[in-house]
Design a protein around this ligand. Sequence first.
Ligand code: ZN
Ligand code: ZN
Length: 217
Amino acid sequence: MPAAPSPSSGAASTDARRPAGDPAVSAAEKAAAKAWKVDLRELGRRAGSMREWEKTLPARPGWGVEMIGVPEGAPVSLHLRLESVMEGVLVSGTVDVPVTGQCARCLDPVEDTVELDVQELYAYEGSTTEATSGEDEVRRIEGDQLDLAPLVRDTVVLTLPLSPTCTPDCAGLCADCGERLDDLPADHTHEVIDPRFAGLAERFATLNDTRTDTEEN
Ligand SMILES: [Zn+2]
Ligand SMILES: [Zn+2]
């Protein structure tokens, strides 16, 4: 088996990007990040061994796209199964994430819970899979730990719509008054009449009525 390069910070580490805060904050930060790491010692390396993993964990920061995302700390429910396979650990199941954002059409707040399907292989250090694939292709097991946070983050980012809507057929905003069209009567229009000519317009309306009457006779 080829010698594996020294273990790095993981398939898609966000932690590297985060600036170091004050010690108290980083301690809390570390604990929050650690909560997403599964200790694999219990599962063991024998192919076929399996473990259910049901947990609710606070969302990590930065899970979202421009107009919608998972608020940091929001409860994320994980219903996962961890299965030991030859090359690593297969993680599969569903993840329920609360999301908040803004309707891309009317800008109303959007709040929802999205169920994500996940299925991912985490490769063992030194496994053929690890040796033959790039770090960004296959997630890695680091020591006895498997970090679920990057998997959930990537799934969230790939799944959330770039243009979320409050309802599937939200009509957006009135171009003239900026009110939500769905809140306005169906015949909502703006007759743009200069107030100085309002009286004149009224007279014309009466004239037209009279003329129609005479023409019909
Ligand atoms: Zn809307
Ligand atoms: Zn309007």
